[in-house]
Design a binder for this molecule. Structure first.
Ligand code: URA
Length: 222
């Protein structure tokens, strides 16, 4: 997969990313078309984000003979943490690809005036048993101001997860969000399909795609 990486920010470049980004940006695409393209993009990003998961040797008997193979090592617990609600579209795909992963939802909504995140749900454990052996992939299709992302990352760091074991995955990102996260968490890996131009005064990504949650769950007035 072609990608450009700078300051731990990887922008995945693939013709299918461009194609599906065009679909999700289009305001005339219905919710079903939007969801399907989000899922295709999520698949590409999850594959990229998990490409360094450690492997362990494994022996298997095929119908033909015994052979040595590899499986994902159980040295690390793998967690996907969707930021509600739009992150669910990515965690649905992630749990198909990595079925043994734990899905730990975190819920924040954006205060419309301050654009600051307000917590309403946290399904992470009070304490991780062995936090140094936990890999967390935080999922949100939109990295806009970066405030919710910042709050979610801070939560996992506070619980002892190592920054090198944290990955933030977004489909579309704004320069503000990227700058905030790279400034405060220079060792955080960020994986995205595109960095857009800017944010508007309401904190929406420009040109973006509008409100990802509303488009996924069909909850906006046309
Ligand atoms: N959240 C969204 O759903 N869209 C944006 O453009 C920014 C944040």
């Amino acid at each position: 997969m072609i990608q450009t990486t700078k300051n731990n920010v990887t922008v995945v470049q693939h013709p299918l990313c461009e194609h599906n980004l065009s679909i999700i940006r289009d305001k005339y695409i219905n919710s079903d078309g939007f969801k399907n393209s989000i899922k295709r993009l999520a698949t590409i990003l999850i594959l990229e984000a998990t490409k360094d998961l450690p492997l362990k040797d494994y022996n298997v008997t095929t119908p033909i003979k015994d052979c040595k193979t590899k499986k994902i090592s159980d040295e690390y617990k793998i967690i996907f943490a969707p930021i509600l609600r739009a992150g669910l579209a990515i965690s649905d795909v992630a749990s198909e690809i990595v079925p043994d992963a734990s899905i730990q939802h975190v819920g924040m909504y954006r205060d419309e005036t301050t654009l600051e995140p307000v917590w309403y749900y946290d399904k992470t454990p009070v304490k991780y048993k062995d936090p140094e052996h936990v890999k967390v992939f935080i999922l949100d299709p939109m990295l806009a101001t970066g405030n919710s992302a910042h709050a979610a990352i801070s939560l996992f760091l506070k619980k002892g997860i190592l920054i090198e074991n944290l990955v933030f995955i977004s489909i579309l990102s704004a320069p503000d969000g990227i700058n905030l996260l790279t400034k405060d968490f220079p060792n955080l890996k960020i994986i995205t399909a595109k960095i857009d131009e800017s944010l508007n005064s309401k904190g929406y990504i420009v040109p973006g795609l509008g409100d990802a949650g509303d488009r996924l769950f069909n909850t906006f007035e046309k």
